[in-house]
Design a protein around this ligand. Structure first.
Ligand SMILES: Cc1cc2nc3c(=O)[nH]c(=O)nc-3n(C[C@H](O)[C@H](O)[C@H](O)COP(=O)(O)OP(=O)(O)OC[C@H]3O[C@@H](n4cnc5c(N)ncnc54)[C@H](O)[C@@H]3O)c2cc1C
Length: 381
């Protein structure tokens, strides 16, 4: 039984998006991986065809769909075996902050461009000295008349080079309590004092333009604060369920891709004795064991999507799913490479890229250790 109960509208969205990916994404992946960023044009093409921000209300240019449209978007991008196109981060993680906490003016100014792909967004929390522990960020926002003056540095920011708009976590230097000191602010590319630094040369997600960002006496209007002053920590916490679910969907989808590719390869590849690899019981057992775990993960994730769409609190379960699915991806990538052998080590083999890309997923969106810590806390342990 299909857990997610997709409607005709969902199915049509998936079919159109899959054709779009085959036409506009797959042929360019090798170039983007070498360039270490995707093209600007693909964002606009995705936007024009209605594939960005599917859950945004129609008055802002979205399709007003439920979270299942977002899931389809993540799955279809994952099917291309390429994690560089940061559309899920933009559509399903960053833009929802503006939708939930932006005032009318901010929504009208930014959201339509986010839907068309003319505005690419990023969220900047991590700093050179602050990763898991957000309360230790040091980027400051000092009030000066009607302006905020930002100073500090962010690092590992996805979409960092291409972004036109960044939601940055900043602290009030005069507030002692870390949980009341943090605010979120909207910073536009081109604002004096805001510079994009080095693009980080990562082991995986090569075409994802992950970068450093710097704020040096960067003045923004005080009305660029998102939501209330000092509420940044709570807004970030409020949105984490969806962020983790997005990463869990990504993790299980990439894992499915790698396993499907390996099964196909093992069925078509013969040993020196002329028999398909899958005639070996050892290979059969390995594939069946991995397929079992992938089905368990998929069933869990789909169930959580249903709960999330219904508005239920599943923070413990989404934390579990984020860590388990991304760890599963690492195990499956490793085992698939062993089954495939030397071919799997070649750069042109899809497994090589999948192996690298899935490896970094346990680090972002909250490390897998942090996920277990959250689950433990809410389980009262
Ligand atoms: C590809 C990629 C993309 C990213 N994109 C973004 C982005 O768009 N925006 C952004 O703001 N950040 C982004 N990040 C940064 C990411 O969020 C951080 O790497 C993450 O929060 C962990 O921080 P850290 O790397 O500094 O590790 P640390 O926090 O220094 O942790 C180091 C180790 O200690 C463990 N640890 C830390 N605290 C605890 C604890 N309390 N209990 C148990 N174990 C603990 C961690 O699990 C980890 O194993 C990205 C990172 C990567 C790799």
């Amino acid at each position: 039984m299909e857990i997610l109960q997709y409607t005709d509208a969902h199915i049509d969205f998936r079919q159109r998006l899959r054709r779009f990916m085959e036409r506009e994404v797959v042929p360019h992946i090798a170039t983007w991986e070498a360039d270490h960023k995707v093209s600007r044009a693909v964002w606009q093409k995705m936007g024009r065809e209605g594939f960005l921000c599917p859950t945004l209300p129609t008055e802002y240019g979205g399709r007003g769909g439920d979270f299942r449209f977002a899931v389809i978007g993540i799955e279809e991008i994952s099917r291309t075996n390429h994690g560089g196109l940061g559309a899920p981060l933009h559509s399903d993680i960053v833009v929802p902050y503006i939708m939930s906490y932006g005032n009318d003016g901010q929504k009208k100014k930014y959201l339509p461009g986010c839907a068309t792909g003319d505005i690419v967004t990023a969220v900047a929390m991590t700093e050179p000295g602050a990763g898991s522990d957000l309360s230790s960020i040091t980027t400051t926002a000092e009030e000066d008349g009607g302006q905020l003056v930002l100073n500090g540095a962010k690092t590992f920011i996805s979409n960092g080079i291409l972004c036109d708009l960044v939601i940055a976590a900043v602290r009030d230097p005069h507030e002692e309590n870390p949980h009341q000191a943090i605010s979120l602010v909207l910073v536009e590319d081109g604002t004096p004092g805001f510079t994009k630094g080095n693009q980080l040369d990562k082991m995986g997600l090569h075409s994802q333009d992950t970068a450093e960002l710097f704020f040096s006496d960067c003045r923004i209007p005080a009305e660029n604060r998102l939501g209330d002053k000092g509420m940044g920590f709570f807004m970030l916490m409020d949105k984490l369920q969806q962020e983790r679910l997005v990463t869990a969907v990504m993790g299980i989808s990439v894992t499915e891709f790698m396993l499907d590719w390996t099964m196909d390869h093992c069925q078509k590849t013969t040993t020196t004795a002329g028999r398909p690899l899958t005639r070996s019981q050892a290979v059969q057992f390995a594939l069946v064991e991995m397929a079992t775990e992938v089905k368990l993960g998929r069933t869990f994730v789909d169930k959580l999507v249903v709960e999330h769409v219904a508005g239920n609190n599943v923070i413990v379960e989404t934390s579990m799913a984020k860590y388990w699915c991304t760890d599963l991806g690492k195990r499956v990538a490793n085992r698939c490479l062993d089954l495939v052998g030397e071919v799997g080590s070649l750069e042109q083999c899809p497994l090589a890229r999948g192996f690298r890309d899935v490896r970094v997923m346990s680090i972002f969106a909250g490390t897998n250790e942090i996920m277990k810590g959250i689950a433990a806390k809410f389980m009262g342990l």
